[in-house]
Unconditional design. Structure first.
Length: 185
């Protein structure tokens, strides 16, 4: 009787342990790297192979420390392909020390000082009749809209980015990977 009880208790323990492991949330991957929800944007982003240009630009602008603070932030993160769409030589020019102010303006134009998941943004767009304006850390606004089931962001110059990977949770906010670099006025 005692053997049976111990065997059943062990079996129950194994099953509960397995079920717990099955329900443990795996980190989202960006560029093949896990993004841990208990780490900051500054800690996670350097590990994503598709965000290397953005990470280099953030370093050149001196914004790594800022993105390591408590936030909360919503970062619309252009991937490497987004930067590759810019005219030849643009990134090389922007990361030069003499262009730090312009680079900082462009990068902070991709950051909203609040945590907004895609569902929240989509609801704001719907509630506002199809477009929702958000003020960036840089000071200018971006226009959020929907194209089908995709969230889009339009910049001050009419350029449009599409969210290609949404809701990458970080300890200090959320990252939405986008396919185009947004430009302020």
């Amino acid at each position: 009787m005692l053997k049976s009880f111990v065997r059943n208790a062990l079996l129950a323990s194994v099953l509960v342990g397995s079920a717990g492991a099955a329900f443990a949330q795996e980190p989202v991957t960006v560029g093949g790297a896990p993004m841990y929800a208990d780490k900051t944007i500054a800690e996670n982003a350097p590990n994503a192979s598709n965000l290397t240009t953005l990470v280099a630009a953030v370093k050149a602008a001196g914004l790594v420390e800022t993105l390591g603070t408590a936030g909360p932030f919503t970062v619309f993160a252009p991937d490497n392909d987004a930067f590759a769409k810019l005219p030849a030589g643009t990134v090389d020019t922007l990361v030069k020390p003499e262009n730090k102010e312009m680079l900082t303006s462009i990068l902070t134009y991709h950051v909203v000082p609040a945590k907004a998941l895609a569902a929240d943004a989509m609801k704001m767009v719907k509630d506002d009749g199809g477009k929702h304006m958000v003020k960036t850390v840089q000071g200018e606004e971006l226009t959020l809209a929907m194209e089908g089931d995709k969230l889009t962001i339009t910049d001050a110059k009419g350029g449009k980015a599409t969210v290609t990977q949404a809701d990458v949770l970080q300890s200090n906010g959320v990252v939405h990977v986008i396919d185009t670099v947004l430009m302020p006025k």
